[in-house]
Design a protein around this ligand. Structure first.
Ligand SMILES: *Cc1c(COP(=O)(O)O)cnc(C)c1O
Ligand code: SF4
Length: 446
C-alpha cells in the first residue's frame, strides 16, 4: 500500500489550518505575522506532519527552517514592521517592507554579472559564470515546495521583479546560446525549484537539450529541495511516474543526470517517503549529489554533518558541497564565522570514512568563484587562512592554494585581507576586468 499525500501549502493566509497549529504560542504567531510580511513564508503538510517535532518547537531545526522566528529580522526592523501592523497603516507598512528588503542585500555575490547578452538580448533566465556550466531558471520553476528562512534566492519569491532570474525570452535562444558556447558541457536547471513544474513542462525544457545537435552536453543537473520538502513528487504525485520516465529518457539519450539535492538536516533523510523517493530516482540510473549551507540554529555541529553524510551515503547519495551561508536576507541570524565553519567541516570530515569524503567545503560563492577554506595555518610568523578556488570565473584560478590574514570574526570573503602585507589577492585585478566586461559583453563569459 502506497501512502498518497496531497500537497497542501501553508502561508501567512492559512497557517491556522495546520493541524498542529495549536502548539504555536502567541509569540510564535506574532513572529510569523511580522517576519512573514518581509520574507516569504511558506511550508507544507509533509514538513508539518513528518519533519517538525511539535513538542520541541523551541529548538526544532525544521521549524526554524520554515517558520519565521522573531530574531530572523534585526530588532529595529522587527519593531518597525510590528508597529506599522499594529497601527494598520498599510501604505506605510508596504513602503517600510520594501525598504527593509532592499537593506537585506537581495542580490548577493554579483549574480547579475553572470547573465549574458546574446544576439542583443539579455537572457534573464540564464547564468553563465563557470566555463563548463550554465544555470537555467525555467519560468514556471521559480517557486519551492516550502520556503527556507535562510534562502539566498528569496527575492525570486518576493515582489522584487527586477531581481528575478527567469526565462522570459524565447527558449530557442537559450539553446542557441549553449550551441554558441561549445565548451559548455553541463546544464543545471535551478530556481526556485524546477521540480515544482509538472512532468510535461520539465520535459519541454529538457528535451531540446537531448537532441542530436546537443552532443556537447554531457551532464544534466536538476537542483531541487523536493527530496527534503516533498518527496511525494517522486512517489505518489499524479505525474510522479512521468517524472521518472523523463529521467529514464535522459539517461537513455546517453547523458548523465544528477539530482543536486538540497538537505539541511539529518531528519530530512529519515522518513519512509524520502527513502522511497531516493530509491526510485536511483533506479532510473540518475545520481543524487547533496549540498547544504552550514547554518547557525540548524546544523552548526560536526556530529550532525557526519550523521547527514553517512545517512546520505547509506541511501546511495553522494555528498557534494558544504556552503557558507550567503550574505543576504536573514544572514545575521544564520551566519557562522568562517573559522568556525572550517572547524565544523574538519571535525565532521574526520568522523567519517573515505566514501563520505567526496564532500568539499566550506565553500563561499563569491564574485570570483567558489572559494574553499582549506584550513588555518601559520607561515612567516603570521596566522593564515589557506584558501583555494573550487570554481573560478577564470578556470586558471582553480586549485591553487592562496592565503588570507586570519580573522576569527570574518563571515564572508569580502572581510578577508591578503596575507603577508600584499595589496590584493592574486586574481583581483583580473576579476575587475571580468566584471567590467561582463555587463557589456555580447557573447557571454567565454
Ligand atoms: C555552483 C555553481 C555552478 C556549479 O558548479 P559545480 O562546481 O560544477 O557544481 C555553476 N554556476 C554557478 C553560478 C554556481 O554558483
Ligand atoms: S528550496 Fe532552495 S531556493 Fe527554495 S527557498 Fe529553500 S533555499 Fe531557497
Amino acid at each position: 500500500m502506497k501512502t498518497v499525500k496531497k500537497y497542501q501549502s501553508y502561508t501567512l493566509q492559512n497557517y491556522d489550518h495546520i493541524p498542529q497549529s495549536s502548539s504555536l504560542s502567541c509569540e510564535d504567531r506574532q513572529a510569523i505575522e511580522v517576519v512573514g510580511r518581509v520574507l516569504p513564508f511558506k511550508t507544507n503538510n509533509y514538513v508539518t506532519d513528518e519533519l517538525i517535532q511539535w513538542d520541541h518547537l523551541e529548538e526544532d531545526p525544521i521549524f526554524t527552517l520554515n517558520f519565521p522566528r522573531r530574531k530572523i529580522l534585526l530588532p529595529h526592523h522587527y519593531s518597525e514592521v510590528e508597529g506599522l501592523i499594529a497601527r494598520r497603516d498599510e501604505r506605510k507598512l508596504r513602503a517600510s517592507i520594501e525598504k527593509i528588503r532592499m537593506e537585506l542585500n537581495p542580490n548577493p555575490s554579483g549574480q547579475e554579472y553572470n547573465v549574458p547578452v546574446f544576439n542583443g538580448v539579455r537572457l534573464h533566465g540564464l547564468q553563465h559564470k563557470y566555463r563548463e556550466t550554465v544555470l537555467l531558471f525555467p519560468r514556471p520553476g521559480q517557486r519551492c515546495f516550502a520556503n527556507c528562512t535562510f534562502c539566498f534566492r528569496w527575492p525570486q519569491f518576493s515582489n522584487l521583479p527586477d531581481m528575478r532570474f527567469s526565462i522570459k525570452e524565447d527558449y530557442e535562444l537559450y539553446v542557441k546560446y549553449i550551441k554558441a558556447h561549445p565548451k559548455v558541457t553541463d546544464v543545471l536547471f535551478t530556481g526556485g525549484d524546477p521540480m515544482v513544474m509538472d512532468a510535461s513542462l520539465l520535459r519541454a525544457h529538457i528535451e531540446p537539450i537531448l537532441s542530436a545537435s546537443m552532443k556537447q552536453i554531457r551532464h544534466i543537473r536538476i537542483g531541487t529541495k523536493a527530496l527534503a520538502y516533498w518527496p511525494y513528487r517522486f512517489i505518489t504525485d499524479e505525474d510522479a511516474d512521468d517524472i521518472l520516465r523523463l529521467f529514464d529518457d535522459i539517461i537513455r539519450s546517453g547523458k548523465h543526470l544528477t539530482i543536486m539535492a538540497h538537505f539541511n538536516h539529518p531528519v530530512e533523510l529519515t522518513t519512509d517517503a524520502v527513502k522511497k523517493a531516493i530509491q526510485r530516482i536511483r533506479n532510473t540510473g540518475a545520481q543524487i549529489r547533496t549540498q547544504s549551507p552550514v547554518l547557525r540554529h540548524i546544523n552548526d555541529c560536526p556530529k550532525l554533518w557526519a550523521e547527514m553524510w553517512q545517512l546520505q551515503v547509506g541511501l546511495g547519495c553522494i555528498p557534494y558541497y558544504m556552503f557558507v551561508a550567503r550574505d543576504t536576507g536573514a544572514k545575521h541570524y544564520f551566519e557562522i564565522p568562517l573559522a568556525q565553519c572550517q572547524t565544523i567541516f574538519r571535525e565532521a570530515y574526520q568522523k567519517v570514512s573515505g566514501i563520505c569524503r567526496t564532500v568539499r567545503g566550506p565553500s563561499m560563492s563569491d564574485h570570483a568563484g567558489k572559494i574553499q577554506i582549506l584550513g588555518v595555518s601559520e607561515a612567516a610568523g603570521e596566522k593564515l587562512f589557506v584558501l583555494r578556488f573550487i570554481q573560478g570565473r577564470n578556470p586558471d584560478w582553480v586549485a591553487k592554494p592562496f592565503f588570507a590574514k586570519y580573522n576569527p570574526d570574518a563571515t564572508w570573503f569580502d572581510q578577508l585581507e591578503p596575507a603577508f602585507g600584499e595589496k590584493e589577492f592574486f586574481f583581483e585585478h583580473e576579476l575587475g576586468n571580468y566584471l567590467r566586461d561582463a555587463l557589456e559583453r555580447d557573447t557571454g563569459a567565454y
